[in-house]
Ligand binder design. Sequence first.
Ligand SMILES: [Zn+2]
Length: 118
Amino acid sequence: MAQRIRKGDTVVVLRGREKGKTGEVIRVIKEENRVIVKDVNLVKKHVKEIPNVREGGIYEIEAPLHISNVMLICPKCGKPTRVGIRTLMEGDTLRKYRYCKKCNENIDLIREKARVKR
Ligand SMILES: [Zn+2]
C-alpha cells in the first residue's frame, strides 16, 4: 500500500492522551505502521552515562504513534483529512499523487514514471 503519511507532514493526533495535538512527522516506521511526531507523545527515558559519549540522565523522547491514530492536516486547505492516492497520466509520464479528500487538491507527488514507448 502506498504511504499516506510521510516525513515532514503535519498531523493531528486523534486518540489517546495527546488527542488534538499537532506536530510534524519526523520519522516514519514503515514496518510497524508508526510515526514519530515532533514533541508529541513524549516519554521519559532514563539513560545511563557512557563516559566520553553521552551524559546520563532523564531524557524526554517521542514515542511512536500508530498511523491510524493520526490524521494529516492538508497543507492546501488546513483541515485534517484522509489522504487519497491517485495516478494521472500527464503527457508521457505517469504520476502518482497524494491528494486531500476534503478539498481534492493534490498534496504532493510521490512517484513518477516515464511511460515506456514501444
Ligand atoms: Zn485539503
